[in-house]
Design a protein around this ligand. Structure first.
Ligand code: NCD
Length: 324
């Protein structure tokens, strides 16, 4: 089942049409996307990959939540494939959001926009737009509330694959504000599908997800016990915007209990990698020594983000076949 919010993410021939969630996407399709992304990866210092695959295609970035990395990354990905790009930062009240989003969709479709990249703080907007999109149009999620961030999940998977060469037998520890994190949800979905043996959740009680989520993950409130022998340590940002002011923990106390320091990282496997989706709260979630240290692959994640977004854009356009 590749359905999300009642919308099929795949076309009848199995090609990718929308990317709204990694939940339910077949393993072969995910592996295929990772392979394709790898083709666009270039070492830093070399010129980035470029092609004309998206010549004549227009991509609209519609962001109603702030973003630097993801928006720039989608924009560069589209431009490096030869597409035209428009960026729209829309501020809509939730009362009119659904309606206005559809009006925006229809207007931009009339301007020959082919791909919509959407980030929104409310669940459901992405599915709504995809459900109303013209048959040749694709919708890609650049982050949906706390629910889903599929290109982040793919870039995280690509980074792990590059560093570890496999998914089976690995232990991945996801640390921090799991409850409010779309990054954690997409990571969980992609790692499960790809056969990661052990996924651990490490969080203070207030940041633990509901019991019915993250099935099969061991849960730890102690960072020390949870980190033991982990191969991958995925740190998360505290999602301040998704909690009341009062719920935001005291930064010093949080760092004392849940901050990743070199001493704590030493509990994981010696070759463990450290990830963070950014933006990082240094000194709260992670010590600078670790963020900039030899086990950190945080900048590599950013580089992989462009490759993954190029792969997804090229996949949805290629899958339209003659329609382009
Ligand atoms: C993440 C996001 O916005 O979900 N960042 C990103 O995409 N670069 C993670 C975060 O903001 O914590």
């Amino acid at each position: 089942m590749s359905e999300y919010d009642g919308v099929s993410q795949l076309r009848a021939d199995g090609s990718l049409r929308h990317l709204l969630s990694l939940e339910g996407l077949p393993r072969e399709r995910i592996e295929w996307l990772l392979e394709r992304a790898q083709r666009y990866v270039r070492p830093l210092g070399e010129p980035p990959a470029r092609s004309n695959e998206l010549a004549g295609i227009t991509v609209a970035n519609l962001f109603t939540e702030p973003s630097t990395r993801t928006r720039v990354s989608f924009e560069l990905a589209a431009k490096r494939l030869g597409a035209d790009v428009v960026n729209l930062e829309v501020q809509l009240s939730s009362r009119v959001k659904g309606e206005s989003m559809l009006d925006t969709l229809f207007t931009l479709e009339a301007l020959h926009v082919d791909v919509f990249v959407i980030r929104d703080s409310e669940p459901g907007v992405h599915g709504l737009v995809a459900a109303h999109a013209a048959p040749h149009v694709s919708v890609l999620s650049a982050g949906e509330a706390h629910v889903s961030h599929p290109t982040q999940g793919l870039l995280d998977a690509l980074t792990v694959l590059q560093c570890k060469g496999r998914f089976d037998g690995l232990c991945v520890a996801i640390v921090g504000d799991v409850r409010h994190s779309r990054v954690a949800r997409s990571a969980y979905q992609v790692f499960r599908t790809l056969g990661v043996a052990e996924i651990r959740i490490i969080a203070p009680p207030a940041f633990m997800p509901e019991e019915n989520e993250f099935a099969g993950c061991a849960r730890f409130t102690s960072l020390r016990s949870g980190l033991k022998d982990a191969d991958v340590v995925m740190m998360l940002r505290i999602q301040k915007e998704r909690m009341s002011q009062a719920a935001f923990p005291d930064p010093d106390r949080y760092f004392q209990k849940y901050g990743l320091t070199p001493e704590r990282l030493a509990l994981a496997r010696p070759d463990a990698i450290v990830m963070h989706p950014q933006p990082m709260n240094r000194g709260i979630e992670i010590a600078s020594d670790v963020a900039d240290g030899p086990q950190s692959v945080i900048r590599r994640q950013v580089t992989n983000g462009i490759a993954v977004r190029m792969a997804v854009l090229s996949a949805v356009i290629e899958g339209r076949g003659g329609a382009a």
